[in-house]
Design a protein around this ligand. Structure first.
Ligand code: 13P
Ligand code: SF4
Length: 302
């Protein structure tokens, strides 16, 4: 009987495995590429094998299908749907555009393809400020994360950011409270506090740096510091520890676990790599329009 590792190597001959930084350690270790939403978009576009096994959530896999339509994109679990992405229906984007005809529509990639098709450009937490600064429009309709919208507004004072929906948020990132960070700051006075912009403004103001997941990995690598308080989903700690074995990483909140990301279990991963049944489908006319907005993001964030 062949062992699991040999079987995976054999199955990977025609399939690239892309995994988000929040995936379980076993999946991250088996992946060809692990990264944040932006890195995964850039990587998906380059894939030249027929299959992409995308280990993350729905909107990320849709990005891969949109950017590389010639490939078959698979997911270990098709029900891994990001609740924040579902908070912004396409109709609400159209309504906002009618109400603010001079505004540009910038949507966080954490949005389903149908809504993204209504956008002028998309962004991720790594490039939101860069993208918005590059636009001529002074008014920006921005969704669905109101906390990322707040982060952007603080850095783009000459623009008016209009958040849609008013209460879009990530259920996992809003779990961290000010007290959690303040307590850890007391316990680790030399610790560098890295916070994801999906956290609330009250938490963001306590950060040394506000970063996407990949920016956290980069900062941990480059910083002279030895202790880091990590304000994001705890899956990122696997990579941080693996790549920096002599540094200490403390989760800002241990229960900060995204249930959707964790729907991709090792068992489902293996089944999908073998059987290839969970195909991610985006209607061609939606994909075409969503591609324009997603490609524009990649161009503007070069
Ligand atoms: P990153 O793009 O920073 O990895 O974030 C994606 C995400 O879903 C955060 O909750
Ligand atoms: Fe969505 Fe939040 Fe999970 Fe990221 S952490 S996938 S935004 S629910």
């Amino acid at each position: 009987m062949i062992d699991e590792k040999t079987e995976i190597e054999r199955l990977k001959k025609d399939c690239i495995i892309l995994a988000h930084n929040y995936q379980i350690p076993e999946i991250q270790d088996a992946a060809d590429f692990v990264g944040d939403s932006l890195g995964l978009c850039q990587e998906a576009k380059k894939v030249d094998k027929p299959y992409i096994l995308f280990c993350g959530v729905d909107f990320m896999a849709e990005s891969a299908a949109i950017l590389n339509p010639g490939r078959t994109v698979l997911m270990p679990e098709l029900k891994a749907r990001c609740p924040m992405a579902a908070m912004l229906p396409a109709a609400q984007v159209r309504e906002a555009r009618e109400k603010h005809p001079k505004a540009a529509v910038v949507l966080y990639v954490n949005t389903l393809a149908e809504a993204r098709a209504e956008a002028d450009v998309t962004c991720t937490s790594a490039n939101a400020v860069e993208i918005i600064k590059a636009l001529d429009e002074e008014e920006i309709i921005f969704g669905p994360d109101k906390n990322l919208a707040w982060f952007v507004q603080q850095r783009c004072g000459d623009k008016k950011i209009i958040p849609i929906p008013a209460h879009g948020h990530c259920r996992t990132h809003i779990l961290i409270k000010r007290e959690d960070v303040l307590e850890l700051r007391k316990k680790y006075p030399n610790g560098e506090v890295l916070i994801h912009p999906e956290c609330t403004p009250e938490v963001q103001v306590l950060a040394d740096r506000i970063c996407s997941t990949e920016q956290m990995v980069r900062r941990a690598r480059e910083s002279q510091g030895r202790e880091f308080i990590i304000g994001t989903e705890t899956g990122l700690l696997h990579r941080l520890k693996k790549e920096n074995p002599d540094k200490i990483f403390i989760p800002a909140l241990k229960k900060m676990i995204c249930p959707t990301m964790k729907m991709n279990t090792w068992e489902k991963f293996l089944i999908e790599l073998r059987e290839r049944k969970n195909v991610v489908r985006v209607a061609p006319e939606i994909a075409e329009r969503a591609r324009r907005a997603t490609e524009r993001m990649l161009e503007l964030s070069k």
